[in-house]
Write a protein that binds this ligand. Structure first.
Ligand code: PAF
Length: 281
């Protein structure tokens, strides 16, 4: 697998592949790769002849009190994993390559980015939208893949691509889960053994709520029961446990919803670790 660190080298390689008639898929990541990321590369290989992974821990999507400094990093291991699954190119720029001195442009998305993660982490989606827009423009791939684990992020990115007419197809891939159901996440590495055991309550509560709402139960009751189950399992602050419209993430309920395309999204703290997950109703 080839590794490039500059936009010029990335563009040159993608240009050659496209000139040879090959379709290119981009998989943006922040590294600390796990099976979920690798499943995105494999899905990229279904949609394109060439796959490009990017690894960039984007400072602009972390607030000053968040875990930018401690975010897990390990490029050597990531390179091995990417090579094993047959990724063709890794783009691993440094901060100066991504944000030149004086960088002063930001992509801000209203509406879908405002509730849930947007309310809990006000600078997150501005940072994500800006860096993903840059990566899409830099790579000029025909297709880009993102995990449904970050469901709201996926909706925000789709909005940006539609609004800015970016010539790329965005594909969302199902969340990769551990055998007990916990969504794979680089931040799971922060969990102690005891917290890891308790974390299974998150997908379990989502599944219970999804079944209750699908069976005609009240939304407010399903949300309250989900929060109570997390608290009972040892979770601390629950930022949200919400049943939302799956496309624009507007509120649904409080009563039963029939025929709505609904998604349940949760963010909750286990010790010092913030976990997010979501499930279709
Ligand atoms: O989901 C992530 O890993 C990041 O938010 C992304 C999309 C790579 C942007 O930095």
């Amino acid at each position: 697998m080839k590794i490039v660190r500059t936009v010029a080298d990335l563009r040159a390689q993608v240009r050659d592949w496209k000139a040879a008639g090959e379709r290119v898929a981009l998989i943006p990541t922040m590294g600390a790769l796990h099976e979920g990321h690798l499943s995105l590369i494999k899905l990229g290989q279904v949609h394109a002849q060439r796959t490009v992974a990017s690894i960039f821990v984007n400072p602009r999507q972390f607030a000053p009190h968040e875990d930018f400094d401690s975010y897990p990093r390990g490029e050597a291991r990531d390179v091995e994993l990417l090579a094993e699954v047959g990724c063709d190119l890794l783009f691993a720029p440094n901060v100066a390559e991504m944000y030149a001195p004086g960088f002063s442009t930001a992509i801000e998305v209203s509406g879908v980015s405002e509730p849930l993660e947007g309310a809990a982490r006000p600078q997150f989606f501005g940072g994500v939208a800006t860096v993903v827009t840059k990566l899409l423009i830099q790579a000029q791939a025909q297709v880009a893949l993102f995990g449904e684990k970050d469901y709201q992020q996926l909706q925000v990115i789709k909005r940006v691509v539609r609004d800015l007419d970016l010539p790329v197809e965005i594909i969302g891939a199902p969340t990769a889960r551990a055998p007990d159901g916990l969504a794979l996440s680089s931040r799971n590495a922060y969990l102690s053994a005891e917290e890891r055991a308790a974390a299974v309550a998150l997908p379990t509560a989502l599944k219970t709520a999804a079944q209750a709402v699908a069976a005609g139960g009240r939304v407010d009751e399903a949300e309250a029961a989900g929060k109570a189950a997390l608290t009972a399992a040892g979770f601390g602050r629950i930022d949200y446990f919400d049943v939302r419209e799956a496309g624009d993430l507007s509120r649904l309920g409080p009563g039963p919803i029939s025929g709505a395309n609904a998604r349940i999204l949760v963010a909750a703290w286990l010790g010092r670790t913030r976990l997010i997950d979501n499930m279709a109703v």
